[in-house]
Design a binder for this molecule. Structure first.
Ligand SMILES: *Cc1c(COP(=O)(O)O)cnc(C)c1O
Length: 295
């Protein structure tokens, strides 16, 4: 039950210990949502599109229909479209805010309306909340029995390798998650490593600040590149950019020893690359490489 670690996290996040689930990455919590709330071959889940791929992967693995509701060109969902996709077998609605891969905060009015009018589970994945500059949905936990908020140690905390994710909900839901998870899902070494880090939580704030500063600089410089058509606004530690030719640009960067993600095959992301904000040295290497790239 990871009680020592949960006590610390409860302090940092301002939630009750009984409202915290810890998993082997937040990916474990996503899989548990299907296993707990959905009947295979019968129920369905609704999600914004494009978004984080694991919601769809876990739906497929659990034989649950996955309904994608395409967002507008500015990567904002439409509440009417989401509500229209919901039927009596819909058990889960997934939001990701800031959204991966578009990097923007999702309109709270849309999330709130779905929370108000749908009596199934609404998941708000806040993997990138530390960069978002807006309040977390954790503040709504007490008033919303159908809300599950996901956060993780993999992003702002910089500890993707220890595999530690968090789900927050009212104690009734957390109780069920604790019953369904494997008894020893989070190993002791992970708990110890996370404990060391939560004891010096202020370091994370410093990392976030330096990434935000670099984000402003890198996005402004990226927008000036010949290969760039458009840089989309970002509330995360990465940004999405439309370029003239994503495949050629991606392959050129690989040859330079730089890996970005080519998101071209994803809805609304034609010819788009997703670029993570690195260190000053890494960001300069990316800019120098692309300035020398004539395409
Ligand atoms: C990275 C990421 C996760 C998963 O994180 P883990 O805790 O490492 O499993 C979840 N959701 C989104 C949107 C992510 O980008």
């Amino acid at each position: 039950m990871q009680r020592d670690l949960k006590r610390r996290i409860a302090n940092i996040k301002g939630v009750a210990q009984e409202s915290i689930f810890l998993g082997n990455g937040s990916d474990e919590a996503i899989d548990l949502m299907y296993r707990i709330f959905c009947r295979p071959g019968v129920d369905n889940a609704v999600a914004i599109e494009p978004t984080y791929g694991m919601y769809g992967v876990c739906a497929d693995i659990n034989d649950v229909e996955y309904r994608r509701v395409l967002m507008d060109d500015d990567f904002q969902p439409n509440a009417d479209k989401i509500l229209a996709a919901i039927d009596s077998n819909t058990k889960l609605v997934f939001f990701c805010s800031p959204n991966n891969p578009s990097a923007n905060n999702i309109d709270r009015k849309v999330i709130d309306r779905v929370l108000d009018s749908f009596d199934g589970i609404v998941i708000v994945d806040e993997a990138y909340i530390d960069f978002a500059g807006v309040p977390s949905y954790l503040r709504q936990l007490d008033s919303r029995p159908n809300l599950i908020v996901l956060q993780t140690f993999s992003k702002a905390w910089g500890m993707a390798g220890i595999r530690l994710g968090m789900a927050f909900a009212q104690p009734e839901i957390i109780g069920i998650m604790n019953k369904v998870k494997y008894p020893y899902n989070v190993n002791l070494l992970t708990q110890q490593r996370a404990m060391e880090e939560v004891m010096q939580y202020d370091r994370v704030q410093g990392w976030v600040e330096s990434i935000l500063k670099e984000r402003t600089r890198l996005m402004a410089e990226f927008a000036k590149l010949d290969c760039c058509i458009k840089v989309y606004p970002s509330d995360a530690n990465f940004f999405l950019a439309r370029v003239k030719d994503a495949a050629t640009t991606y392959n050129y960067l690989v040859d330079c020893g730089i890996i970005v993600r080519n998101r071209s095959k994803i809805a609304l992301c034609g010819n788009s690359l997703r670029v993570t904000i690195g260190t000053v040295v890494e960001n300069n290497a990316l800019l120098d490489a692309l300035r020398a790239f004539n395409n």
